[in-house]
Design a protein around this ligand. Structure first.
Ligand SMILES: Cc1ncc(COP(=O)(O)O)c(C=O)c1O
Length: 402
């Protein structure tokens, strides 16, 4: 029996409260690779509309093969941090490929985009700097700013979501700051909205600020060739710093990176604590991620398929009577109101063989709970039609559509 029972009891009480509040997250166990469909324990085959596997590369044979080859060539892991036990050549290759792909001089990989974001802000920001974030930025950016503030005593702020007047006003208030950083998601994960990047870059030019974009939901997804928000907005190569994940469109395993000038990558190599005190990305993951990038470069038609699937699903779900948040990205949230309603809808859809997650407060604002559909290039028209049929049936039962 554990020594401190009061500690365990405290946690159990909190968990019980989550269940009473109907915000407890039940995990669904998967028994096969993610593709358009997945084998779910206790349910069998389900159609998955709840994954960041945007290009369907998590089970792409050449990506799996590259991971196996990486495993055989380099072994299971890195066994220490890069500057101590040595850096694998696969990391250098991957970082070159990633930098080229997103249009920067260099990049540095991390075990997750979470670490990359945390490393960037907490390492780069200094006392006297001002770092401002879009109100809807990802939790990793928010936490990175909290950490930076605690460590460096930089000043931080938040501007209203995509409100360029508010951004300008808040930057003007900090005119005396040593340096001013603007942090934004490229694609906002809960809305599917795209950052107003050309305007943000103009504001940065006008105020001599530095722009940092987290493109985790845009890399491999946005732009004609999948190079992200900057390509989509016609400003490829103009963003100071881009961070992104390898855990979504680029194979979906894990890993993240910071891309920017060679100086940014080198400075983070010297100073970022997640680099200096934590193992590097497993070599097998580096190898499969590199193949994923190469695949996207060689198969831009996969990005086009994703775009076509997204347009088709948006059109069909709207025709069915639902009101998805408008947009162009494969993140298609359908607002249902209360958290319990989103969870109920998600459960009912799963009973119909369609896996879509419901999100409520505190992940999204109160009263704006939603089921968030995510479209993949691996979905066929039949898959998307199956999803629409399930939505119609469940929506009618819940009185959302007729
Ligand atoms: C916008 C954004 N940034 C960062 C992350 C973290 O990515 P990773 O899983 O690589 O840590 C996520 C993942 O949900 C994300 O959506």
């Amino acid at each position: 029996m554990a020594l401190n029972q009061a500690f365990t009891k405290g946690l159990e009480d909190t968990i019980e409260q989550l269940k009473r509040d109907k915000v407890y997250k039940r995990l669904n166990y998967l028994e096969s690779p993610q593709s358009a469909h997945v084998q779910m324990e206790g349910r069998g085959d389900v159609l998955i509309l709840s994954s960041n596997n945007y290009l369907g590369l998590s089970d792409e044979p050449s990506v799996i093969e590259a991971g196996i080859e990486g495993l055989k060539k380099y072994g299971a892991g890195t066994a220490s941090v890069r500057f101590i036990c040595g850096t694998y050549t696969i990391h250098r290759e991957l970082e070159d490929v990633l930098a080229k792909f997103v249009g920067t001089e260099a990049s540095l990989s991390f075990v997750a985009a979470w670490n990359a974001n945390e490393a960037f802000t907490a390492t780069i920001a200094q006392e006297g700097d001002f770092v401002i974030s879009d109100a809807l930025n990802h939790a990793s950016i928010i936490d990175s700013m909290r950490l930076a503030k605690a460590i460096t005593k930089c000043t931080t702020g938040v501007y209203k979501h995509s409100d360029m007047d508010d951004l300008r006003a808040k930057l003007a208030e900090q005119k005396g700051a040593k340096r001013r950083f603007i942090w934004t998601d490229g694609v906002f994960s809960m809305e599917g909205a795209i950052a107003k990047l050309p305007e943000i870059l103009q504001i940065a030019r006008d105020t001599d600020s530095i722009v940092v974009v987290d493109d985790s939901h845009a890399t491999g997804v946005l732009g004609k060739t999948g190079r992200g928000t900057a390509e989509h907005c016609g400003v490829f190569g103009e963003v100071d710093v881009i961070t992104s994940t390898l855990g979504k469109a680029l194979g979906g395993a894990a890993g993240g990176f910071v891309a920017g000038s060679a100086a940014v990558a080198d400075y983070l190599t010297q100073r970022a604590r997640p680099q200096l005190f934590s193992n590097a990305l497993p070599t097998t993951v580096a190898a499969s991620a590199m193949q994923a990038v190469r695949f996207v470069v060689e198969h831009p038609e996969r990005v086009e398929t994703l775009r076509e699937n997204t347009a088709y699903f948006r059109e069909q779900i709207t025709e069915a009577g639902f009101k998805p948040l408008p947009g162009e990205t494969p993140i298609i949230p359908i607002i249902v109101g209360e958290t319990a309603a989103a969870i109920q809808m998600s459960d009912m859809l799963l009973d119909e063989g369609v896996f879509v997650t419901g999100f409520g407060f505190p992940v999204v604002p109160k009263g704006e709970a939603r089921v968030r559909c995510q479209i993949s290039a691996s979905h066929t028209r039949d898959d998307l039609d199956q999803a629409i049929r399930a939505f119609k049936k469940v929506g009618a039962k819940l009185g959302i559509v007729r």
